[in-house]
Ligand binder design. Structure first.
Ligand code: GUN
Length: 291
């Protein structure tokens, strides 16, 4: 076992077992609707992985695949159907959506009590206010890793690279809260940040979520930093069977020697996203967030 590696695969397996154990004492069937619009190859894989996990846990799951040409009003009607379906406790709209569809209208149409992705403004607002809510799955997974690996975060400098609504903004909000595994001084770097290395060099914890393969180099971090790599970038690779390989946002080989802890890609943050989705869906079925 490599003491420096944060093993997301292992932790996601532990969470799966915890959910199975909890369900064994209950007589409920959590239900999740997975809505996929169009045929983005990465999205298809993610949705299938999510359904597979539902099956493993005995959840009721529906994959609803719609053509990329679906008009917005039809997609809204579909969401309304699942909002009113008592077997469904969680609704997930796989992103990105086709350009003709207004993402905001769609995400706001999901009943916030079934918003297991945490993208509805009620949930993002409550997250910012430090109130109970659904937390987006990838940021929730990062926080869970920091907790389980007992990373000292209170009073530390946490630098988030990337300001997306899916990862950057919510993880920055989580790390800012006066809570366990958080309470950090948070800096968010983005495309307009003048010299990102000035910030990352002072960081105790770096969360890289910008979608640029190998962006974070060894000379941009300090010795002992904790490095969390959220990147899942497809790189063409004719020598691979699939024709591509997956690379993170961190130059692992350069950062590993200086880091005190680091997530690999794959096997770091990635597996945590689905585990947290399953936990959010269980919470939804039990009325733990909103009763
Ligand atoms: N696309 C990329 N990440 C995510 C995610 O966490 N949830 C959804 N619904 N779509 C995504």
């Amino acid at each position: 076992m490599d003491e420096k590696i944060i093993d997301g695969k292992l932790v996601s397996g532990l969470i799966t077992e915890e959910i199975k154990n909890e369900l064994s004492f209950l007589s409920i069937t959590p239900g999740l609707a997975l809505i996929l619009v169009g045929s983005n190859p990465a999205s298809e894989i993610y949705v299938k992985m999510k359904e597979k996990k539902c099956k493993e846990l005995g959840y009721y799951s529906v994959i609803d695949i719609q053509p990329a040409s679906i008009p917005e009003n039809e997609l809204l009607a579909l969401i309304s159907k699942y909002n009113n379906d008592v077997r469904i406790h969680g609704i997930l709209i796989q992103l990105p959506l086709p350009k003709h569809i207004n993402e905001k209208n769609i995400l706001e149409a999901v009943d916030y009590k079934k918003d297991v992705d945490g993208f509805h403004p009620v949930n993002s607002g409550r997250l910012m206010a430090g109130e109970k809510c659904y937390i987006p799955c990838t940021p929730a997974g990062i926080h869970e890793l920091l907790l389980r690996y007992k990373v000292e975060t209170s009073g530390k400098n946490t630098v988030v690279i990337g300001r997306s609504n899916i990862v950057g903004k919510p993880i920055a909000n989580i790390m800012l809260q006066k809570a366990k595994g958080a309470n950090s001084t948070v800096t968010i770097c983005h495309s307009a940040t003048k010299n990102i290395a000035d910030h990352t060099k002072r960081a105790d914890i770096i969360i890289a979520a910008i979608g640029k393969p190998g962006f974070l180099k060894g000379d941009m971090i300090k010795v002992g930093a904790v490095i969390i790599d959220v990147g899942i970038n497809r790189i063409e690779d004719p020598s691979s069977k699939k024709g591509y390989r997956i690379s993170g946002d961190v130059d692992f080989d350069e950062c590993y020697p200086k880091a005190s802890l680091i997530t690999p890609v794959p096997g770091g943050v990635g597996p945590m996203t689905i585990a947290m989705l399953m936990r959010n869906t269980l919470d939804a079925a039990l009325g733990r967030i909103y009763s």
